[in-house]
Design a protein. Structure first.
Length: 343
């Protein structure tokens, strides 16, 4: 233990890191595992203090009692800064039906777990303060052979990165949205294969859930799984929702200093979508939607807006499926982003 802790300190020092994340899945092999995890975290914190390091200790933890029983949260919360609640993997070959990988809310007809239940378990049942809890957001999904949501899982279970799921939409797969659990899923056109995943809309809803309940924040598994070309749609959705400013600014929670036009959510979408943007100062702005030939479809905003965050809502009523662009333009800024309507 002492050697391991010494190696952690040297590694953080050598690489300029600000702490360590512990992911022990799970301390249930021997009767002493729970006690040894407590000792590891306690001695690690003591070593940080002795070295004069204000480093973080974070920990990935289960979102339910099945594996959560092996963690002594009463002790651990005295030494751990944040607990990353793994509110995902509710879907897989361990369940008999096609279920959501990370449903925000439990479904009224079938409940095999949810983000809401996982956070309540860590907070209310195990006594971890809200400001020490990070809501886990998956940048991946899970699929199986099934004829629909909640239908029998007949095998073919597979894990997909978001970057593998997104291109499937409209290419032999149809997009669906569960209004109760507030997550999307896909079915192939033959209705024989099912994929549960998170998109920009569900990710933003999870971030809003974390903020509204005063949680410590969110954590992601895993960075890079949403890379599509030069974009990271899910990471950008998290950054925009949590009001995170990129770069090396020492005050990342302050308001942005530049104009921003973010990706719409959901995208692709059927009926409507939301377009977020930030104005560094009050200006006359024009927010317009164009088709792929450059023809203006509609003007969403054409007036002066104050400094700060704003949202525009775009309805696709009467507009066919296809690729479209929205552009924010003012005296100080101009940017265009593409979006997809699927009906």
């Amino acid at each position: 233990r002492a050697t391991f802790i010494e190696n952690i300190i040297d590694f953080c020092d050598d690489n300029g890191y600000d702490g360590v994340d512990i992911d022990w899945e799970y301390p249930d092999v021997t009767p002493d595992d729970k006690k040894n995890l407590n000792l590891l975290v306690q001695k690690l914190r003591e070593a940080f203090v002795e070295e004069g390091k204000d480093w973080l200790i974070t920990m990935a933890v289960p979102a339910g009692s099945w594996n959560g029983q092996w963690f002594d949260f009463t002790t651990l919360k005295n030494y751990v800064n944040w607990f990353g609640c793994m509110t995902y993997d509710y879907m897989g070959n361990w369940v008999s039906i096609a279920y959501h990988n990370s449903p925000l809310y439990p479904h009224t007809s079938t409940d095999l777990g949810s983000v809401k239940a996982g956070i309540q378990y860590i907070n209310a049942t195990r006594g971890v303060p809200k400001n020490q809890i990070l809501l886990g957001i998956p940048f991946y999904g899970r699929g199986c052979n099934a004829t629909g949501l909640f239908a029998s899982n007949t095998g073919g279970n597979v894990e997909y990165r978001y970057s593998e799921v997104a291109p499937k939409i409209g290419n032999g797969w149809n997009y669906y949205w569960d209004d109760i659990s507030e997550v999307p899923y896909l079915m192939n056109i033959d209705m024989t294969k099912f994929i549960s995943y998170d998109d920009t809309a569900s990710v933003r809803l999870k971030c809003e859930y974390a903020k509204e309940r005063n949680l410590g924040g969110v954590m992601i598994w895993a960075l890079g799984q949403d890379v599509i070309g030069n974009d990271q749609p899910l990471l950008e959705a998290v950054g925009g929702s949590m009001d995170i400013v990129s770069g090396t600014d020492e005050s990342p929670q302050r308001a942005p200093t530049s104009f921003l036009l973010l990706k719409n959510y959901p995208n692709p979408f059927n009926a409507s979508t939301v377009i977020p943007f930030y104005l560094a100062k009050g200006e006359e702005i024009h927010l317009e939607v164009f088709d792929i030939l450059g023809r203006r479809i509609t003007t969403l905003i054409n007036k002066k807006k104050t400094q700060g965050w704003h949202k525009a809502y775009f309805s696709s009523a009467g507009i066919p499926s296809g690729l479209y662009f929205y552009r924010l333009q003012c005296a100080s800024f101009s940017k265009m982003i593409k979006m997809t309507i699927l009906k």
